[in-house]
Design a protein around this ligand. Structure first.
Ligand code: C2E
Ligand code: MG
Ligand code: MG
Length: 415
């Protein structure tokens, strides 16, 4: 730290640059776990040697903690110097280590920040090198990255969202809105799709696509998914009790929930607690999820299906479904992705794909829902071609729970 302070002061006076490299070893923990701590120590010593050889005598290399090393390059005139040194370091660490007669291969990720461009003070400079290292690691192994204010801002937003989401779950900020799904024959409302909405006190409304992705990678998805399922089922129960007993509810399920082993148990518990007829609940699973680990997912789908709930493939046509798997999935419904609905009547093939999906679904005894209907033309086309159910802004956008009963009464009146 003292050397870095010193270097920054000199650089300020000489009008030169200070380059900070943050080096983090890949797979170091694995080495410790597999070969023991003695081997780990030897590997760190050897790493220090190798890194030392990559810089000038007047530069500094230090081990800050665990498997994190830092280098300070002083009196640089060009940022390219950083690149040269980073490449040299990656190469040096790529060569096999021989520890106790064993060949061990590791690798490293390097983040780079530059004084005075990226920060004016020591802590921020180090922090920026660290965050650049973090996105190098995310991009892959054996890569270096310069600090980038844009990526930094994105990551900041991400970590704020992650922190605040924990608090938001179970508070008024987070809500479900409901979009009607109508019968294609008589346009009466047969059910609703529950969609998450988050009105953040300072960031404003945040798209579910954004915060669900974050919840998925941070492990919050289990709680979020359970919360949504429970809330949606409770709401359905209320509508049933208000006399709308034919309504069903569709709830979206995320990739990660599907990979949790106790997901089926969670679903079963919610259904039991809320005392809802499972047949009135439909879980929407995005196509890409289903194809992830087909065998495992097929098993999970069967377990969930055995609870009595309906299963639907969402955004159908955008993922990578192997059509042969469709027969083995215990699903009831395909939802045509709204990009195809939007393409009906256009030259992009939306019409043909929509027709093909409807026809294929029907021959497999599946129902078809078209989502994203916005125009009367799309509606007429889908009705003429025996699509079973419809959803889209043409009928209604997703609305808060309080607006559902008026919507239902209107829909009765126009029937
Ligand atoms: P999705 O399940 O495919 O939901 C349909 C999306 O299309 C919704 O966006 C809806 O507002 C929008 N939409 C509906 N009708 C129209 C239309 O006519 N035109 C256009 N342009 N858009 C229409 P939203 O609410 O932003 O949700 C986006 C995605 O976020 C959902 O796609 C779903 O994958 C995910 N999502 C939302 N809520 C949840 C949830 O509770 N759990 C999980 N895992 N995912 C959720
Ligand atoms: Mg959906
Ligand atoms: Mg969809």
């Amino acid at each position: 730290m003292d050397r870095l302070d010193q270097a920054m002061r000199t650089a300020k006076r000489d009008d030169t640059l200070v380059i900070v490299l943050f080096v983090d070893l890949d797979r170091f923990k694995q080495v410790n776990d597999t070969f023991g701590h003695k081997a780990g120590d030897a590997l760190l010593q050897e790493t220090a040697q190798r890194l030392g050889c990559c810089v000038r005598d007047s530069d500094t290399v230090a081990r800050l903690s665990g498997d994190e090393f830092t280098a300070i390059l002083e009196r640089s005139h060009l940022e390219q110097n950083a690149e040269v040194v980073a490449k040299r370091m990656l190469l040096a660490l790529k060569t096999d280590f021989i520890i106790n007669d064993r060949e061990i291969r590791i690798g490293a990720s390097i983040g780079i920040s530059v004084y005075p461009h990226d920060a004016q003070d020591r802590d921020t400079l180090l922090h920026h090198a660290d965050s650049a290292m973090y996105y190098a690691k995310k991009r892959g192994r054996n890569i270096f990255e310069f600090f980038d204010p844009k990526i930094h801002a994105e990551q900041n937003r991400r970590s704020h969202i992650e922190e605040d989401l924990i608090v938001a779950i179970g508070q008024e900020e987070l809500q479900l809105h409901y979009q009607p799904i109508v019968d294609a024959n008589n346009l009466s409302i047969v059910g609703f799709e529950a969609l998450l909405r988050w009105e953040h006190p300072t960031m404003g409304s945040i798209s579910p696509v954004e915060f669900i992705t974050i919840a998925e990678t941070s492990g919050l998805i289990k709680r979020l998914g359970e919360w949504a399922l429970q809330k949606a089922c409770r709401q359905l129960k209320q509508w049933h009790e208000a006399g709308y007993s034919d309504l069903s509810i569709s709830v979206n399920v995320s990739v990660r929930q599907f990979h949790l082993t106790d997901f089926a148990l969670d679903v079963a518990r919610v259904l039991r607690e809320v005392e809802i007829v499972p047949e009135m609940v439909r879980l929407e699973v995005t196509e890409s999820i289903v194809m992830d680990i087909p065998e495992k997912v097929i098993l999970m789908l069967h377990v969930i299906k055995s609870l009595g709930v309906n299963l639907s493939i969402d955004d159908f046509g955008t993922g990578y479904s192997s059509l042969s798997y469709l027969q083995r999935f215990p699903i009831d419904t395909l939802k045509i992705d709204r990009s195809f609905t939007a393409g009906i009547g256009g030259a992009g093939g939306g019409t043909e794909i929509t027709l093909a999906i409807i026809s294929m679904a029907h021959s497999l005894n599946l129902k078809v829902i078209a989502e994203g209907i916005e125009t009367a033309e799309q509606l007429a086309f889908l009705q003429n071609h025996q699509c079973d159910q419809l959803q889209g802004f043409y009928f209604s956008p997703p609305v808060p729970a309080t607006e559902v009963i008026p919507l239902l009464n209107d829909s009765k009146g126009t029937k």
